[in-house]
Design a protein around this ligand. Structure first.
Ligand code: ADP
Ligand code: MG
Length: 734
């Protein structure tokens, strides 16, 4: 809908504007034109220490002072090789000593040259007082200074500090943006001036000036605020446009009240929770619409989303259409297929003697199916015999044609991009678009949802059905041998009691070249980098040697096994023929083994917060209480350890999501979980900007209502196109 343009119209190329060195520095951040450069924000500002009269100097404080030089002395150090240079300076009231320890005579000369008697200087450093209370600065910074009101203002300006990469100097980044400021008049103005005025946000030209060359900290904050608003506004325009497109697209209205869905309800071995009933009603309201609805159904692992979604799928079949359920992996698709078939019983046995008269067929379609099975399935899909089709991405390929697809349910949305959802839109009957329900067990805090999946309606299942015993998590430090022993002993006890154990590794082989998942936290803030994680293969042989696990039937599962092998292993796990399964995160989502009671996550710092939460959701699903061990080789008390403790202590997915958002900021949270738009957040801070995102959304939606094509807002249309292109690029790279 937005007009595509190859480049932001008229945006100046940096090569014309900057020196080759400056434009190379910018290009290393992917910044190639003026518009991008002026929106490339400083990471922080360095604020000069406050000006002090020498009388008020306090011990240990960072200070600035304007002083003149009284006298300079130097002498050779007796104990060490080198010189001491001392300059006595005064602010007319009190004196201060500047001390320098120097190794070479020319350094002494250099300072003497700059500190001639009577010279006025601005000096900065950390103040000390000697035994007699006389103030001192050791190795201060200083420069000649003309004391005028303007000079004082200049001296106190916050300095932008840009992100740096190897071989790039801060000064290069600064001189580049300062040059850019002279051309601020030619920047793209995506947000209409009336909108900015109404919200009390600076106009763009002022904003970039304040962002890159502030006079005060509140200038810098105002510049930052503009950038956040602009970003939110462009994103919300995209979401507004998507909703506008949906509002003009026809969808099959799923209105039938039976016979399948009520028959299924009667057959359920449990009562739906209040939350499930409520969300069920909300879903009915949405799939009845004559335009495609897009819903994000979020709820913790085990909150019963699948049942809710299945009821909506049956409604689609009852209404004469089909429903598709998409899973991120084949293992999961197979498992969903099995679950649905079991839950439906004779309702899924159409065409068989034992089938219910109103039954339909539930078909599985995966990439690795044999040609014959695949052909049979495709036939059922195309003819409409299969009311429900379960599959992986394979379902999205062009060759799969549905007789009449009315509803698509996507399990675990973080593996699917915006783009996938768009492709599904084209799969409905006769130019119609199916309704879409995206299920996620990674709850997204509201503001994050608004900024990343703002085109979806969010429905939430908060309570979980009561009978689950739940999970307790512990952090285990490998450095403490006794803890590690206790952990495996505990696993052995559970196995002896007839339970099962999952052990999760961050990779398949220890000597493989595969890219390693990045360790959270470790390596930041001067912490030791995380050790290379252990592999599935090696872990299996190590565990086979552990006395605590003697006699346990151990097997392994990972993505490199063939489909049949994977299936065999999963079947054996479900049948209780494997006691301990060592696996990669293929077991992360959805795998349902009620008999499993322990999960050990090795090198837990290699997993994302939500991944850990998903993984521990694999146990404690039945009547047996679950235990999750977050095993790490990071030392106790380290940042990694504290981070894992935090995860262990938070029980509910919502609590975790909020904690994670506070600790890391949304860019990362979203980056880990979402594809596309969310991953490219540049200025928005989802905690800080919650309110601003709300107002940007109101304003952008109002604008799109008036002008869905943005024909009166070409600059906004261009910004939208740029944003979408950036999102596509990250999607391709991921
Ligand atoms: P989710 O998909 O949200 O992780 P599921 O739908 O797979 O959760 O449900 C988890 C387990 O709880 C399944 O075994 C399911 O049959 C069961 N379950 C779902 N709803 C209820 C309910 N209302 N009462 C009891 N058990 C339920
Ligand atoms: Mg599920």
């Amino acid at each position: 809908m937005a007009r595509k343009q190859a480049a932001p119209h008229g945006s100046m190329s940096l090569r014309e504007l900057l020196t080759p060195k400056e434009s190379r520095a910018m290009a290393s951040f992917g910044v190639r034109d003026l518009d991008a450069m002026m929106r490339f924000a400083p990471r922080r500002y360095s604020v000069p220490a406050p000006l002090r009269s020498l009388r008020e100097v306090r011990e240990g404080e960072e200070m600035s002072a304007i002083v003149h030089v009284l006298e300079v002395k130097d002498r050779r150090m007796r104990s060490r090789h080198g010189f001491i240079l001392e300059a006595e300076v005064s602010d007319g009231d009190e004196q201060l000593t500047l001390t320098f320890f120097l190794t070479r005579p020319h350094q002494v000369e250099w300072h003497r040259g700059r500190l001639a008697r009577g010279t006025q200087i601005l000096v900065r450093g950390q103040a000390r007082r000697d035994q007699r209370g006389h103030p001192q600065l050791t190795h201060p910074q200083y420069e000649e200074f003309e004391d005028t009101p303007q000079g004082r203002r200049e001296a106190m300006r916050p300095l932008p500090v840009y992100p740096l990469k190897q071989n790039i100097k801060q000064a290069t980044m600064r001189s580049a943006t300062q040059k850019g400021l002279e051309f601020a008049g030619s920047l793209l103005h995506p947000v209409p001036q009336e909108v900015l005025d109404a919200r009390g946000i600076l106009p763009l030209d002022d904003a970039v000036e304040k962002l890159h060359a502030p006079w005060t900290e509140s200038d810098a904050a105002a510049g930052t605020r503009y950038m956040a608003f602009e970003e939110a506004f462009v994103l919300q325009t995209i979401f507004g446009q998507r909703r506008a497109i949906d509002a003009r697209t026809p969808a099959p209205s799923l209105t039938a009240e039976g016979p399948l869905q009520p028959a299924f309800d009667q057959r359920l071995p449990f009562r739906l929770t209040r939350g499930q009933q409520e969300v069920g009603r909300e879903l009915v309201e949405r799939v009845q619409r004559t335009h495609p609805s897009s819903v994000l159904l979020q709820g913790d692992v085990g909150s019963g989303k699948t049942v809710v979604a299945l009821r909506a799928m049956l409604r689609a079949v009852d209404s004469g259409h089909q429903a598709a359920l998409l899973a991120p992996t084949e293992v999961l698709a197979e498992q969903h297929h099995r679950t649905l078939t079991e839950l439906l019983g004779d309702l899924a046995a159409a065409g068989r003697l034992d089938g219910h008269p109103d039954a339909t067929r539930v078909r599985l379609l995966t990439g690795s199916q044999r040609t014959a099975a695949r052909r049979e399935t495709l036939l059922d899909v195309t003819s409409g015999q299969a009311g429900i089709v379960v599959g992986t991405h394979a379902l999205l390929t062009e060759s799969v044609e549905f007789a009449s697809l009315g509803l698509v349910v996507i399990d675990e949305q973080h593996r699917f991009g915006v783009d996938h959802r768009r492709r599904l839109r084209e799969k409905g009957p006769q130019g119609q678009s199916p309704h879409v329900i995206v299920m996620t067990a990674t709850p997204i805090p509201r503001t994050a949802a608004l900024s990343t999946v703002g085109d979806l309606d969010v429905l939430t299942l908060r309570e979980s059905p009561g009978e689950r015993a739940g999970v307790t998590s512990f952090v285990v430090h490998e450095g403490r041998v006794a803890w590690e022993q206790r952990m495996w002993q505990r696993a052995g006890e559970e196995i002896a009691a007839g339970r099962q154990v999952f052990v999760v590794c961050a990779r398949i082989d220890e000597n493989s070249e595969d890219a390693l998942p990045q360790a959270l936290f470790a390596g930041e803030d001067g912490e030791e980098p995380a050790p290379p994680p252990r592999g599935v293969t090696e872990t299996v042989s190590r565990l086979a040697d552990r006395p605590e696990l003697a006699g346990a039937r151990i097997d392994l599962l990972h993505g490199r096994l063939g489909a049949e092998e994977k299936q065999r292993v999963m079947d054996q796990v479900v049948a209780g023929q494997i006691d301990l399964l060592v696996a990669t995160t293929v077991i992360e989502v959805g795998v349902d083994v009620p008999n499993a009671s322990v999960v050990v996550i090795l090198d837990a710092e290699r997993f994302g917060v939500s991944q850990i939460h998903q993984l521990r959701g694999r146990v404690g699903r039945g009547e047996h209480a679950g235990i999750a061990f977050l095993d790490t080789r990071a030392p106790e008390g380290s940042g990694t350890s504290r981070h894992l403790q935090m995860i262990a202590g938070a029980t509910d997915g919502f609590e975790l999501a909020e904690l994670d958002l506070q600790r890391r900021g949304a860019g990362d949270l979203v980056g880990e979980e979402q594809s596309g738009l969310g991953r490219t957040l540049q200025h928005l801070d989802l905690m800080r900007d919650a309110e601003l995102i709300g107002t940007a959304r109101e304003d952008a939606f109002a604008l799109v209502r008036e002008d869905p094509e943005l024909s009166a807002h070409p600059a906004l249309a261009t910004a939208v196109a740029i944003r979408l292109r950036a999102a596509e690029n990250t999607l391709e790279r991921s």
